[in-house]
Design a binder for this molecule. Structure first.
Ligand SMILES: Nc1ncnc2c1ncn2[C@@H]1O[C@H](COP(=O)(O)OP(=O)(O)OP(=O)(O)O)[C@@H](O)[C@H]1O
Length: 519
């Protein structure tokens, strides 16, 4: 398909270098119009850089980009926009205090003055036409993640976009949300918009894309290939390269979506004795960040991985926040490794062995403007007495060896965390939180944004932690990975734990518990 005259987008010999890192290496590719194109690749493969070049955010060091047969000026967003390219980023950029109408107006051309009511009427019509079920007068901060994304897409389509690029749009969505997004994308295709999707999950690629293109180490490995000609295994091999063979059977199925794993009986099983965490009748005070916990009894033994399943927004986040001291416990008690920590601070809980891989890595997990070594040492600094001598050079050395052990791709430990690719940023958090002295690891969506190789690596690390006697709480909206990893699954609904399952897991029964229906 390369060199296609009917291409909406054609790149010739595009290269982008950041210092010593070659993010894109001589990429030449053409995408036919009116289709849904997936771009896939491991973390750091160059996908986001590719999207940024095409949308004019990054000027390539070499090569040319044509949109609809017209050469665009490199590194010029306005030029790309005039040619009809719009990019929706990995993390959203809508101002939380704006109303939907204000956010839409912000992205529109022309500075005409409108009354509030006229502004809302104008944008309500646009939202309705795109079937985005949101009130134009609602504040951004009151919207769910899915609604925010739909508004971002609607905002991108305010101008006459012909090529819409969505960078990892499903990373923030539940499986149900992803399904709705894909319906939206199909409707856009029917309206003549070409959509370029950056995706990690093979099952999603095969469900939505007309073509797939694979980047590895900045180079185009293949594409655009018709998605109907390729199966999950072959795509996994193209993405990872020769090491794809090393993925184990059940993991392979969960990673590629070939079959839903049902969970294996582990040989060891949980270790008897005091639990690593024990919640007795815990209720939390209501707050703005999700439903309060209601009389939750929950125990994790050393040596077991407990999966938390639930439709997003049913108290999973509150559970994590209650255990890590961010939500107030109004009633009940919380013990960590035999110590009552109901009223303890986060550093006291960390000293008791709590480790947390948080839901939002860019907000709760990392300080994006601080260097990698400071981000990595944050956990240690919390654990050390205030007056203990801190040697930055020793911390830098320790950080380097930890990051290398996790195969983080970075230039130097002094670079800001915000300059890493999404997957590499997640690995920095993992390398910090999965140390030897942890007793309870809370892993909240730990594989979000990770490629399939890194995902398998995280699963392995969590299993090793379990086999070494750690307890793990694994929260994920992806039931395939919950079933693959967990020794036991509990389901949360409206702030309560409503069901518990042991392997072999049954998708229908767990799914029914998640929605409150009886299986
Ligand atoms: N602003 C920057 N400064 C320095 N290096 C960068 C910058 N942006 C990207 N890189 C590096 O370029 C390479 C490609 O990054 P890119 O974000 O394009 O990868 P990706 O395929 O989107 O990865 P992910 O799946 O992790 O999001 C990585 O090694 C990354 O660390």
């Amino acid at each position: 398909m390369r060199g296609n005259d009917d291409a909406i987008l054609a790149c010739r010999n595009v290269a982008v270098r950041y210092g010593d890192v070659t993010a894109l290496d001589d990429v030449s590719i053409a995408f036919p119009r009116g289709m849904i194109h997936a771009v896939v690749g491991q973390n750091g493969a160059g996908k986001t850089t590719f999207a940024r070049v095409v949308s004019g955010l990054v000027r390539p060091d070499q090569g040319a980009v044509e949109i609809g047969g017209k050469l665009i000026a490199g590194g010029n967003v306005n030029d790309a926009r005039r040619a009809g390219v719009e990019l929706v980023h990995q993390s959203f950029a809508l101002p939380p205090s704006f109303t939907v109408a204000e956010a839409m107006q912000f992205g529109a051309a022309g500075g005409a003055l409108y009354t509030r009511a006229a502004l809302e009427r104008r944008w309500q019509a646009h939202l309705d036409a795109l079937d985005v079920k949101v009130s134009a007068g609602a504040r951004i901060r009151t919207l769910t993640v899915e609604q925010q994304q739909a508004v971002e897409i609607a905002r991108a389509l305010v101008t006459d976009a012909r090529l819409l690029i969505l960078d990892e749009p499903t990373a923030v969505l539940s499986p149900e949300g992803a399904k709705k997004l894909f319906e939206r994308v199909r409707r856009l295709k029917e309206r003549g918009v070409t959509v370029l999707l950056i995706l990690h999950k093979i099952r999603e690629v095969l469900a939505i894309a007309d073509t797939v293109s694979v980047l590895r180490g900045g180079r185009l490995i293949d594409g655009p290939l018709p998605a109907s000609d390729i199966d999950a295994d072959a795509l996994a091999s193209l993405i990872i390269g020769p090491s794809a063979k090393m993925l184990a059977g059940e993991d392979r199925a969960a990673l590629t979506g070939a079959a839903a794993p049902r969970g294996a009986e582990t040989e060891t099983g949980p270790i008897a004795g005091p639990p690593v965490v024990s919640l007795r009748g815990v209720s939390t005070r209501p707050d703005a960040d999700g439903p309060a916990l209601q009389a939750v009894d929950f125990v994790v033994q050393p040596g077991e991985i407990v999966g938390i399943a639930g439709v997003e927004g049913n108290g999973q986040r509150t559970l994590v926040r209650a255990i890590s001291s961010l939500a107030d416990i109004a009633e009940g008690s919380l013990e960590l490794a035999g110590r009552d920590v109901t009223n303890a601070t986060l550093s006291q809980r960390r000293a008791a062995g709590l480790r947390v891989i948080p839901f939002e890595r860019n907000v709760e997990g990392l300080s994006l403007t601080s260097p990698l070594w400071e981000n990595w040492s944050a956990g240690q600094l919390l654990a050390r007495p205030l007056l203990a001598a801190i040697s930055p050079s020793a911390l830098r050395r320790e950080c380097k060896s930890a990051l290398d052990a996790w195969d983080v791709r970075y230039a130097e430990v002094g670079q800001p965390a915000g300059s890493l690719s999404g997957g590499n940023a997640q690995k920095v958090i993992l390398s910090r939180e999965m140390d030897e002295s942890g007793k309870l690891i809370i892993a909240a969506q730990p594989t979000r944004g990770l490629d399939i190789g890194a995902t398998a690596f995280v699963w392995d690390a969590l299993r090793k932690a379990r086999d070494g006697g750690c307890g793990v709480i694994f929260v994920s909206s992806d039931l395939d990975e919950v079933f693959d990893l967990a020794d036991r699954v509990v389901v949360m609904l409206s702030g309560r734990i409503v069901a518990e399952f042991r392997p072999p897991f049954d998708l229908t029964r767990v799914g029914a518990a998640m929605t409150g229906a009886r299986a």
